[in-house]
Ligand binder design. Structure first.
Ligand SMILES: Cc1ncc(COP(=O)(O)O)c(C=O)c1O
Length: 461
């Protein structure tokens, strides 16, 4: 069994069992998106227990995937599993969104208790892509037919279907070959300050990318009274944890007030404690959103449940629409969602997130200062990215070096969120990961960065 408190990789992945299963998978799966040749789709996983991930060849890795941010309390949390069992016993497999169960009200009450003002109402959905689409439908219904446009941000990820695909758009590769999308979205630049779209520096830039909305969009594309609202991730997650300047969210919120645009905040990935507050928007007291969606983490990774919180003003428009679907607000999802909130409160999980943030800033920050290839480090709570470059001056994205670092991490037993299209990886621990285990993962990363730097004679900054 080996030491269960540490990672151990004795069979280099993909091991023989993984390879045999992947071969079978390739023959039967439509598309190969789940059977990649990079970590984590580089091996077949077998079991998740607490803060570790195991593969079918018996390797054990520190889990910095947390189910792509959907398992806030780690794998197989026994209290969440028990809550799910209880709800299953009570309701069987009965799961009709039209058959209301008391769990829906109970979870809604708990959510409204922790929600920022003016969010007072809850509507359920099943997946993140669906919840975002429905929130935007509510926004449009509320704004009325004379306001057909919605402002969204280039690089945002809101989901994988036709509506949400057009809202970012997240990445040109993702949308390649499947256009055209629905119309009506006005995509504007997000403040990706490490790589400013205007090649300016903050703060002397005065956040020129926000000015783009008034200077360009309102001048050339759409009048203010034809815009229903704005859909924003206040930190872009899939786009490598792009953290805006601190005053940007407040200024965006003020712009929405000025033009009577409904501000909708997609917190499917960043909410429910991942950024150190219940909702990321809590970190920006001068922001007021009227719609806010959560997903992924909301049922601890056991069963999909998503919801949108809305202001009183959004209630009537929401009632006009058919949202949700067969499985929306399932009793099991709600029961687990309730238990999750109880545990986060009881165990002071948000304090743990802040401690992990402190460690990440210190350890990854030191790596950025030390190594030429570590270009940028972006950390907010357990929402983190480490970006690699050929050298600090040119900032040329170093995809191959990133890949080598991630492979080295896999060999030493740490699995982050990573996709080869990007020159960063994203440490995404469970919110309750013991800080010392997280710190061990960071130390392993440093060994890998040192190894790759040495192999490429990249040296110390
Ligand atoms: C911000 C954001 N919105 C929406 C989604 C879509 O969620 P789902 O994968 O559950 O459809 C994601 C998924 O990563 C996300 O990060």
């Amino acid at each position: 069994m080996g030491d269960q408190t540490r990672p151990h990789v004795h069979t280099p992945p993909p091991g023989p069992k993984s390879q045999a299963l992947m071969k079978r998978g390739e023959d039967i799966m439509l598309g190969v998106s789940l059977i990649g040749d990079w970590p984590p789709s580089h091996f077949v996983s077998r079991y998740r227990d607490g803060w570790f991930l195991e593969d079918v060849d018996g390797n054990r890795y520190i889990d910095w995937l947390a189910g792509w941010a959907s398992s806030p309390l780690g794998g197989n949390n026994p209290e969440l599993v028990e809550a799910a069992h209880q709800a299953l016993k009570e309701y069987g497999t009965e799961c009709l969104s039209s058959l209301t169960t008391w769990h829906q009200y109970q979870l809604a009450e708990k959510l409204v208790e922790i929600a920022p003002k003016p969010l007072t109402k809850v509507v359920y959905d099943t997946t993140g892509s669906e919840v975002v689409e429905n929130a935007v439908r509510i926004m449009r219904e509320a704004a009325g037919p004379s306001r057909p446009f919605v402002i969204t941000f280039l690089g945002s990820f809101h989901g994988g279907n036709y509506g949400t695909g057009a809202m970012g758009p997240h990445n040109a590769h993702y949308n390649h070959g499947i256009e055209p999308f629905m119309s009506g979205w006005i995509n504007v630049p997000f403040p990706t300050c490490y790589r400013c779209p205007y090649h300016l520096d903050y703060p002397s830039c005065d956040i020129a990318c926000l000015g783009y909305i008034e200077e360009m969009i309102l001048r050339y594309k759409a009048t203010p009274d034809s815009i229903a609202g704005v859909n924003v991730e206040f930190i872009q997650g899939e786009n490598g944890i792009q953290i805006p300047p601190p005053e940007w969210p407040g200024r965006l919120s003020a712009l929405c007030k000025e033009y009577d645009w409904i501000l909708y905040n997609d917190e499917v990935q960043e909410g429910m404690g991942r950024c150190g507050e219940w909702f990321l928007v809590d970190a920006y007291p001068d922001v007021e959103v009227e719609l806010l969606s959560l997903g992924k983490a909301t049922s601890g990774g056991l069963i999909p449940i998503c919801y949108t919180l809305g202001s009183d003003r959004m209630s009537e428009p929401a009632g006009e629409l058919y949202t949700g679907g067969t499985f929306a607000g399932s009793p099991v999802g709600c029961a687990v969602g309730i238990k999750l909130i109880e545990i986060i409160k009881r165990d002071n999980v948000l304090d743990n997130v802040k401690e992990i943030e402190r460690i990440a800033k210190a350890k990854f920050g030191a790596m950025r200062d030390k190594y030429e290839i570590v270009g940028d480090v972006r950390v907010k709570g357990c929402y983190q990215a480490v970006e690699f470059v050929e050298d600090k001056d040119s900032k040329t994205p170093a995809h191959d070096l990133t890949r080598e670092v991630v492979y080295a991490m896999e060999r030493r037993g740490v699995i982050p969120i990573y996709e080869p299209a990007f020159n960063w990886f994203r440490p995404t621990p469970a919110l309750n990961m013991p800080p010392e285990l997280f710190a061990l993962g960071c130390d392993i990363v440093e060994e890998c960065v040192a190894e790759v730097s040495k192999n490429h004679a990249k040296g110390i900054a």
